[in-house]
Design a protein around this ligand. Sequence first.
Ligand code: FAD
Length: 382
Amino acid sequence: MSMNFDLSEEHRIFWDAMASFVDKEIAPLVDEAEAKEEFPVPLFKRLGELGYLCCRYPEEYGGAGADKISECLYMEELNRICAGIASCLLAHATLSTSPIYDFGTEAQKEEYLVPAVQGDKIGAFALTEPNAGSDAASITAKAIREGDEYIINGTKTFITNGSICDYALVAAYTDPTQRAKGISLFIVDRDNPGFHVTRKLEKAGLRSADTAELAFEDCRVPAAKLLGGEEGGFVQVVKTLVGGRISYGGRCAGMARGVFDITKRYVEDRTQFGRPLIKFQVNQFKIAEWAMYIDIMHTITWKAAWMYDLGRDCTREASMVKLFCSETAQDIINQAIQLFGGYGFMMEYPIQRFWRDSRVLTITEGVPEIHRGIIYRSLDGG
Ligand SMILES: Cc1cc2nc3c(=O)[nH]c(=O)nc-3n(C[C@H](O)[C@H](O)[C@H](O)COP(=O)(O)OP(=O)(O)OC[C@H]3O[C@@H](n4cnc5c(N)ncnc54)[C@H](O)[C@@H]3O)c2cc1C
């Protein structure tokens, strides 16, 4: 009997290619994107041409036919360099395309998934509302059927890619008498009358990510825009969130690795009390622990991704990945700032960007209480 924990040769080649791509083509964009608070939009097309953008989808839809582990490696490399830029690409490659891939009709895949994979259309996923975040079933957006159309009304907030998207997957109640189960997803074109970007949001971190508030006012969409052609899409929302949480493991590991690299170099260089900080055993122990935690993040993320690809129920594992990796990455980054001392607090050192960006890791894609609840309920007697 044997059990194999190795990445495949293809994974390794893909990972190396992604690492050199982000170092060469994304790292030089970061300072300007952060300063202007603007996502470098041409990146979508560039990544689409290379087949990286939505690498997980099959070749028939223009993807690279890779797997969920590859998507996690892609996320890891992006986040190692810049979590803000990675946010928009993550929302596109997971939340805004996977529901179409998993549940869309062939016509919807042709019209939205194929151009999204190529970087010709940018997607957003609009679930959260001003009064419904963790409690997603409390959304009040409604889609009322009238003949061959639905009329959507509602407000969405904190939407990644909100102001740069070409389409948004919008969650709205088609049957408000059925809590959660009465929610459906619609693909709404950005230029559809009644789709308004009301505000681009200014953030404490992820400044190069696009985040906006949207309003849908008597927004009439053809019935053909109902995802999968069937009402009652909460299962679509749940599956989408599970997939996103696994990719988040790659996001957290990437941020932790980025911080690991720059902090290790810093403590090897910085001298106090006549010796480099790394010569104090307590600091060696910190670096050793971080290496161990990054290894654990990899292991649980890749295991959940493997289960996802096999089509197994991995709701619990996805929550474990999201919970463990987000809290662990935050701890590592917090300790790293301490090792930088006053320099860690100065804007001229990139470590502060990781610190600001990492604060959101335990807010987006489910707050820790939500994941602890999911894990508890998955246990016998839970
Ligand atoms: C940068 C950014 C990008 C985002 N992108 C998107 C996007 O693309 N699409 C989208 O739909 N949404 C997006 N969101 C929204 C995100 O998913 C929500 O912020 C998240 O679900 C939490 O909801 P909330 O902010 O309303 O916080 P709340 O739900 O109000 O939670 C606030 C706090 O209350 C406590 N709490 C909540 N629930 C419980 C509980 N069950 N038990 C105990 N305590 C609890 C926790 O301390 C929690 O941190 C984004 C958010 C941010 C900040």
